[in-house]
Design a protein around this ligand. Structure first.
Ligand code: HEC
Length: 213
């Protein structure tokens, strides 16, 4: 009993891992939380998960049955039961915001407002980063892998064009990003969504001219 090994799997939200660590620490002599989260595939759901390994401390083994350990873990989870559920935006919602920023990025670049273009590009990356963090697999499509594959180069080209204030390179890089949006849509079985260059600026309440900041 003294050498009983305790292995748990914690969901990857930071607080969940921290709670599991806090619940097991007093009972375990040696607790290891693996650095790298992995994708846990269950019958109908996939989650990022973190492996936690521990050994019951010698004195504790006698008094802590598997049931007591389960109770400690349940309490760790219950500590957050009354916290409002964290809001996780869906892929469609993030994409709606991405479309808005894709449009603004175009008009910022055409106006040579490089500060605004840099900002919009950063927001696009942040939004798509949330897609892969929250939904690495979406309706069976490995969007995290697709994201890296398609958007890496266009993002680098856009960054370079923006930092060099190069309008022609900007247009080329913008078109390659747009192609990447659609490559990913096709690869994710969403080929009905086709993005192009915007032809008119719908954001009449925003000044895109440079030099005001
Ligand atoms: C990693 C893959 C991927 C990339 C890259 C990607 N998308 Fe998407 N996009 C999707 C998926 C998957 C959906 C379907 C979401 C759903 O069904 O809720 C989608 C949906 C959309 C929609 C439809 C949203 C709606 O509700 O009408 C728009 C618009 C869109 N994407 C714009 C873009 C733009 C603009 C870019 C590039 C800047 C882009 N996407 C890049 C995967 C991607």
């Amino acid at each position: 009993m003294a050498d009983q090994d305790v292995a748990g799997v914690a969901l990857c939200e930071q607080y969940a891992v921290a709670d599991v660590r806090a619940a097991l620490q007093p009972l375990c002599g040696d607790l290891r939380v693996l650095e790298q989260p992995f994708l846990l595939r269950l019958a109908n759901v996939q989650h990022l998960a973190t492996e936690v390994h521990g050994q019951l401390a010698a004195g504790e083994a006698a008094t802590h049955s598997a049931l007591a350990l389960a109770a400690a873990l349940l309490c760790a989870g219950a500590a957050h039961a009354d916290a409002p559920g964290a809001y996780v935006p869906g892929v469609g919602e993030i994409m709606g915001a991405t479309q808005m920023r894709h449009t603004k990025l175009w008009f910022a670049g055409r106006a040579e407002n490089w500060a605004l273009a840099r900002y919009e590009l950063g927001e696009i990356k942040e939004g798509l980063g949330d897609v892969i963090a929250y939904h690495p697999v979406f309706k069976g499509a490995p969007v995290a892998a697709l994201y890296d594959h398609y958007t890496g180069q266009p993002f680098r080209d856009l960054e370079r064009a923006i930092s060099k204030h190069d309008s022609r390179a900007f247009v080329r890089a913008y078109d390659s990003l747009t192609a990447a949006c659609d490559d990913c849509h096709r690869a994710a079985d969403q080929g009905q969504i086709v993005i192009g260059r915007p032809i008119a600026n719908p954001y009449t309440d925003q000044d895109f001219a440079p030099g005001k900041q």
